[in-house]
Design a protein around this ligand. Sequence first.
Ligand SMILES: Nc1ncnc2c1ncn2[C@@H]1O[C@H](COP(=O)(O)OP(=O)(O)O)[C@@H](O)[C@H]1O
Ligand SMILES: [Mg+2]
Length: 400
Amino acid sequence: MSEDLFAGMTETLFEDKSILSEEYRPDDIVEREEEIDAYRIALKDVLFGRNPSNVFIYGKTGVGKTAVTEYITSALADEVDRRSEADDLHVHSHNCNDDTVYRTVRSLIHSIRGDDGEPFPETGLSTSHALETLYEEMDDRGGTFLFVLDEVDHLSDPDSLLYELPRARANGNLKTARVGLIGISNNYTFRSSLSPKVKDTLMEKEIGFSPYDAGELRSILANRAEKALIDGAYEKSSIALCAAMAAKDTGSARQAIDLLREGGDVAEERGADRIVDEHIHVASDRVQRGRVRDKLRDQTMHGQLILEAVARLERDGETGVRSKAIKDVYERVAVGWGHDPLTTLKSVQNHLADLTMLGFLERSERNDGRAGGAHYRYELTLDPEIVLETREAIETDPAT
Ligand SMILES: Nc1ncnc2c1ncn2[C@@H]1O[C@H](COP(=O)(O)OP(=O)(O)O)[C@@H](O)[C@H]1O
Ligand SMILES: [Mg+2]
């Protein structure tokens, strides 16, 4: 009886699961006092009718760059509202992921014009035309504009934007409005790709976000867990375990939160009345598998088959294998799944070199003297069992 399929399902452990989702914006930021302080100082001129400093925020993924930026800019907007003498503040954010300068400016124009505004042409106009339109929109409204450019390192050819926009007022392109840029990046070396004049402008104030340690992740998680889970739905040690695992791996709060959410799913699936350490271990294993699957999926068919061959060799006790032996197993693996294998040793070696560069394999050079000469031996950097299971899943159910 299909209509009863979901009848017995209850959400037992989560009070509000969305609090553990990617979209959730926390009201409290913990463990970032120094960064918040530096941020406040950089932006405070907004309150007094002066140009704010441009700010560059850098740090690895999941360390709170976006969350803290949203927190700070909304606190600033609230303060501006409270002070009748302060100029209007307009905050507009854009994620630059693989965008051009033109499309970024266009999206800022749209953001200013609002949902009912006239769309700016997608093509056919120059970037400087787009910038002029942006300046007009800003001057029409007046006050201070803060533009948050998240993942700014993904922007192709950013120099023009990052140089012109902050100077718009000094150059007479803006008459009444003021502007401050907030650039956010995962990639610190991005700095060195910018021209010196841009670097000086954008990096007026730099704030680095370091990876979280286990103690910091614990307090971030404790806060979240209290709101997301019902009382008594988790053992404290399970939170500490998520924090410790994430701290050891990446120092990312996102990873720690994902582990807890996944652990809650595991506990529910098992009908447990609270989350315990065991559930977090299972969750971590799942997350890892998910990551391996995504990475494997991105590889070519032959790359995947070669990794599977190395995994089979390692499972059978052979680690540190030469390309010739890998090729033999690879051919059998390929035929077994119904694929035509590559025929030359050279082509297999090219794939091995690529997979090494991508971090799937580690390569060591050996010299067996006259018997073998100099050659490479390859080892998997991933758990061979996970690779084999993932490969099986990909072959038997391409939708996984
Ligand atoms: N200090 C913190 N206090 C509370 N939540 C945090 C903190 N740092 C990060 N988070 C949470 O962790 C997740 C990742 O943070 P995010 O700001 O998106 O990282 P980033 O932008 O650096 O990749 C988000 O869910 C965010 O709310
Ligand atoms: Mg972010």
